[in-house]
Every structure is written in structure tokens, then in C-alpha cells.
Design a protein around this ligand. Structure first.
Ligand code: PXP
Length: 254
């Protein structure tokens, strides 16, 4: 199972001050040196997270790491904005990531919280998928663990799905990993993943995965990749805070 680290939260802290600290490319170097197998960004049109410049800088960095997967997430229907966001198509066609993960988010959404509903007319989505595949990206669709919906993915031309793990994470957070409810939720995801594999799809997963729920989720052997941002960066803050306070104390000469 590949771990792709989502660097949006590093960009969020940087954006809160302007300037270039913390530096997203330096964070990517650290993440890769620590052994992660991929880098993910989700450049939202309001530019509060990773920005287009981050996307292109990371694409440049990752040219030197051919075994590392670059994954760009976003709503394929997000067009150019006055604030300089060039539109999702332009991001994919200029950065040429290994993977484009398509999400049905609205602009103002706090975070992704549902997968695609493919029961209607998918013509526009199919056109986007064809376009990103022509740009060399593997296309993955963010999906709920609903076999009836997953059934419709192969007809879109997407090669993978990313299972939205929010409900699983919420169940484990409420009851703990050994609770029958958590194990039942795990089985829902396992069944969805197996169904996808039977349909010839690869399976990724993400959202709210953390150190408490990941050991349980990792029992699903069909999962090719997890992308993790919020909990990982939050944990990095926890882990580094004491040593950093000491470094600052030392800088005061005490
Ligand atoms: N997958 C998708 C499609 C997302 O939008 C996000 C959040 O940007 C993640 C995974 C990662 O979620 P988290 O930050 O909770 O680990």
C-alpha cells in the first residue's frame, strides 16, 4: 500500500502569513526522504491550500524522483478564476501528474465529503477523463463505498477509484477499532474494494485516515494507495513541538 502525503495543510499555514514558510517543496523533500511513495495536492479554486505555483514546483521536483507518484486532486469542472486559478484542466495538462483524482466538490467546500453520483448523464465527466488520460494521467474517481455506484465507473474510462473513508474514520473514532460497528464498517469498505477489483479497477482510499484507524483499514489488501493529509501534518506538529520549543529556548540563550 503506497502512502501518498497530502501537502495542502503545509500550504495552508504558509498562506496564512504570505511569504514562503513553511516551504511546500522542502516539505515534499522531507516526506520523500522519510519513505513516502507519493505526493498529493488538492489545489482548490479559492487558493486557500496548495496553489498552482506549488503544483508546478512539485511537478518539477518529482521529475527527479521517477518512482514517486504525483497525485493532483480536484473538481474537473472547476474552470479558471479571476484570482489566478487556471482551471483543473490546465493544472493537469501543464503539471502532467501520474494520477488525477477527480472529486465532486463545490468551490466553498471545507473538505471533500462525498463521492460521485454516476447515476445521471456522465458525458461531461467522461470527456474530462479522456482529456486527462490523453495528458498521461491515470484517472481515479472519488467514490463512496457503494457497489451500485462503483459498478458504473468502468464505463467512464476511469482506471481507479478512491474510496471516501470519512464514515469509516468517524465510526472508529466514536467506538474504537475493536468495536463490532468498526469491524462492520471495515467490511463495507472491503466489499466495495473487492467489487472494484472484480470490475478491473484499482482502489485508493482517503479522508480522515489516522494512526488509530489506519492499522484496521490496512487489513484491506486490495487498497493500492492511501492519501493522507490532515492527521499526518497534525501529528507532525505534535511530534515536533517539544523539540522546537527547546530550539527556540536555546536561541534565547537559556
Ligand atoms: N482524498 C481527497 C479526495 C481529499 O480531498 C482529501 C483532503 O484534501 C484527502 C483524501 C485527504 O484527507 P485528510 O486530509 O483527511 O487526510
Amino acid at each position: 500500500m503506497r502512502l501518498s502525503v497530502n501537502l495542502n495543510k503545509v500550504a495552508l499555514v504558509r498562506n496564512s502569513r504570505g511569504g514562503d514558510t513553511p516551504n511546500v517543496v522542502e516539505a515534499a523533500r522531507t516526506v520523500l526522504a522519510a519513505g513516502a511513495g507519493g505526493i498529493t495536492v488538492h489545489p482548490r479554486p479559492d487558493q486557500r491550500h496548495a496553489r498552482p505555483d506549488d503544483v508546478f514546483a512539485l511537478a518539477g521536483l518529482l521529475k527527479g524522483f521517477p518512482e514517486i507518484e504525483f497525485n493532483i486532486e480536484g473538481n474537473p469542472h472547476a474552470g479558471p478564476r479571476d484570482n489566478g486559478y487556471p482551471g483543473f484542466d490546465a493544472l493537469i495538462e501543464r503539471a502532467r501528474p501520474h494520477q488525477a483524482t477527480l472529486v465532486p466538490d463545490s468551490d466553498s467546500q471545507l473538505t471533500s465529503d462525498h463521492g460521485f453520483d454516476l447515476s445521471g448523464d456522465n458525458a461531461a465527466l467522461i470527456g474530462k477523463i479522456r482529456r486527462y488520460r490523453a495528458a498521461g494521467a491515470r484517472v481515479s474517481l472519488f467514490m463512496d463505498p457503494d457497489p451500485g455506484q462503483i459498478e458504473r465507473v468502468p464505463a467512464t474510462g476511469a482506471e481507479r477509484i478512491e474510496l471516501y473513508t470519512g464514515p469509516f474514520a468517524e465510526t472508529v473514532a466514536r467506538h474504537g477499532p475493536d468495536h463490532p460497528g468498526s469491524l462492520a464498517s471495515l467490511e463495507v469498505y472491503r466489499e466495495a474494494a473487492r467489487h472494484a477489483v472484480r470490475l478491473g479497477l484499482g482502489v485508493n482510499a482517503g479522508h480522515d485516515l489516522d494512526l488509530d484507524n489506519l492499522p484496521l483499514f490496512s487489513r484491506i489488501h486490495e487498497i493500492a494507495e492511501v492519501s493522507i493529509g490532515h492527521a499526518l501534518i497534525s501529528r507532525a506538529l505534535d511530534s515536533g513541538l517539544a523539540a522546537t520549543v527547546q530550539a527556540f529556548l536555546a536561541a534565547t540563550g537559556r
